[in-house]
Design a protein around this ligand. Structure first.
Ligand SMILES: NC(=O)c1ccc[n+]([C@@H]2O[C@H](COP(=O)([O-])OP(=O)(O)OC[C@H]3O[C@@H](n4cnc5c(N)ncnc54)[C@H](OP(=O)(O)O)[C@@H]3O)[C@@H](O)[C@H]2O)c1
Length: 392
């Protein structure tokens, strides 16, 4: 039986790689829906190749142009709810939207009782309790695409007793600035921040990797996915049991240590196609090998502790995660504003943690009990972050 796939964020790095993965197994998977933010030419090119049933564009103003240029017979959705509507049409939705804009896709897919292949970590981080409730919808299933969480998901399958999970170790490449001092980091450029040593990704996550905020967001993501009490993989762990270890080769994608001292790791050469295929095929295995290691050529695996003083974003994320409520939503929104400000050339790279810290100082301690609370938190944090940004 063919599994149908919707791709939200099809024009981005995750979206394009998902299309390639599906194209490798046309007998098993078929893309029936594509959605993008604004890159119309790329979206139309994809639609001509894949011939989906539905195409969605967040940018409402270009709907007419889209309908004139799309091949006949494809349904068009546009505007603010378009991506959420698209997330209910397929067996699996891959959420490759970047940032808080991915939240409607996450919620719509889970509420529809479908499988969500989640790359968009920001939705889970900003709206953790709301997403946890949506995950309880009958039929709903969240399989992580983020490589570290896909690795943990696999390592946790080695276990049947949640009480025996002792620690989760998230690996981090360390990004392009590993080993640099705070003084050296004061002068880094946009081009340097975008030159990731092991992964080719969209600009926002690439900058997040350079500040270690990506790893901080992943710590919160791991707690949401696998921590007590909600974790479906059943680990009885919290922030105190989630570690970050720098591993520059990006071969080990994360590890789980059990009570008996065993550590189970997942290894491959760095490629997002493996976790994308894993999330499509789970609980089966994807039939094609991506990133398989040639052990006769394998080199060394190095590990070191992260430099928490040169990269303060990591601890800002731990702190927000431990506070809970809407603090992670504030953190993620402030980070989005700060990173965009850096990419636009308004602030320096070193200002990113300062904008976040000053925004978090205004955090109002609200709970994330429903979607309205999360939307309000996101707006408030953006407002403060933009104010801080404009003063720098
Ligand atoms: N790339 C990776 O290897 C990787 C690895 C792990 C996790 N992730 C996560 O996956 C997500 C996507 O990352 P990426 O690197 O693929 O980003 P990207 O290359 O920048 O692509 C982002 C996608 O989101 C769409 N988009 C942006 N704003 C939107 C909006 N307001 N409404 C609807 N769609 C919107 C973009 O559409 P347009 O370009 O057409 O505007 C594009 O298709 C992020 O959450 C990231 O943290 C990525």
């Amino acid at each position: 039986m063919v599994t149908t796939v919707a791709i939200a964020g099809s024009t981005g790095s995750i979206g394009v790689q998902t299309l390639e993965v599906v194209a490798d197994t046309p007998e098993d998977y078929r893309v029936v829906a594509l959605a993008a933010g604004s890159r119309l030419d790329d979206l139309i090119d994809q639609a001509e190749r894949v011939r989906p049933e539905v195409v969605a564009l967040a940018d409402e103003s270009r709907r007419n142009e889209l309908s004139e240029r799309l091949p006949a017979g494809i349904e068009i959705l546009s505007g603010p709810s378009a991506l959420a509507d698209l997330a209910t049409v397929a067996d699996v939705t891959v959420n490759g939207v970047v940032g808080f804009a991915g939240l409607p896709v996450t919620l719509a897919c889970l509420h529809a009782g479908k499988r969500l292949a989640l790359a968009n970590k920001e939705s889970l981080i900003a709206a953790g309790p709301v997403v946890q409730r949506a995950r309880r919808t009958p039929g709903a299933e969240l399989v992580p695409v983020d490589s570290e969480h896909a690795a943990l998901h696999q390592c946790l399958r080695a276990n049947t007793n949640p009480a025996r999970v002792a620690r989760l170790q998230l690996t981090a490449s360390g990004g392009p600035f590993r080993g640099r001092s705070s003084q050296e980091l004061a002068k880094v450029t946009i081009e340097e921040a975008l030159a990731h040593p092991t992964w080719s990704m969209g600009p926002k996550i690439t900058v997040d990797s350079s500040t270690l905020m990506n790893k901080g967001l992943e710590v919160i993501e791991a707690n949401e996915l696998f921590g007590a009490p909600a974790g479906e993989a059943g680990a009885h762990i919290g922030f105190d049991q989630i570690d970050v270890v720098v591993h520059p080769q990006s071969i080990i994608h994360s590890m789980v240590t059990y009570a008996d001292g065993s550590t189970i790791a997942q290894l491959s050469n760095p490629t997002m196609k493996l976790p994308i295929g894993y999330a499509l095929a789970y609980p089966d295995r994807f039939p094609i090998s991506y990133g398989g290691i040639d052990w006769s050529q394998a080199g060394r695996l190095d590990f070191e502790a992260p430099d928490r003083s040169a990269f303060p974003c990591l601890d800002l994320a731990y702190e927000a995660g431990r506070v809970g409520g809407t603090a992670p939503a504030w953190l993620s929104a402030a980070n989005e504003v700060a990173v965009e400000g850096f990419l636009q050339g308004h602030v320096r790279w070193a200002d990113i943690p300062i904008v976040i810290e000053e925004t978090m100082a205004k955090y109002d301690g609200q709970d994330a009990e429903n979607l309205d609370a999360v939307l309000t938190a996101d707006l408030s944090a953006r407002k403060y972050a933009e104010m801080v940004l404009s003063q720098r």
